[in-house]
Design a protein around this ligand. Structure first.
Ligand SMILES: [Ca+2]
Ligand SMILES: [Ca+2]
Length: 103
């Protein structure tokens, strides 16, 4: 229970940081660069944008200790066979690098 709570706190902070990055992107403080190939898969919920909603979806999956299957395959953004914090970080990187349209 305690580790789940810690994990939730870490994920919340991460999602908050993504919000800040999105704000910076929107204001034009961050510019697009060479984008990692996994950014093409970062729109986890397939709504046309890569943003906190996508990282939140992966975070929820991590909290629920989900594994990669037909339903969750999209959440394995870096395609290393596991859904973990690295996938959330991959989404953050894509947002930070300006590889995705902010909402
Ligand atoms: Ca999305
Ligand atoms: Ca992964």
């Amino acid at each position: 229970m305690t580790s789940n709570r810690k994990l939730s706190t870490v994920l919340l902070v991460l999602v908050f940081c993504i919000g800040l990055i999105e704000g910076a992107l929107y204001l034009g403080f961050v510019h697009a660069n060479d984008c990692p190939s996994y950014c093409a898969r970062a729109d986890v919920n397939q709504d046309g944008f890569v943003n906190t909603a996508d990282s939140f979806m992966v975070s929820k999956c991590i909290a629920a200790q989900c594994t990669v299957n037909d339903w969750t395959a999209r959440m394995d953004v870096n395609q290393d066979g596991v859904i973990d914090h690295q996938d959330v970080e991959a989404i953050v990187t894509c947002i930070k690098m300006g590889c995705c349209k902010p909402e």
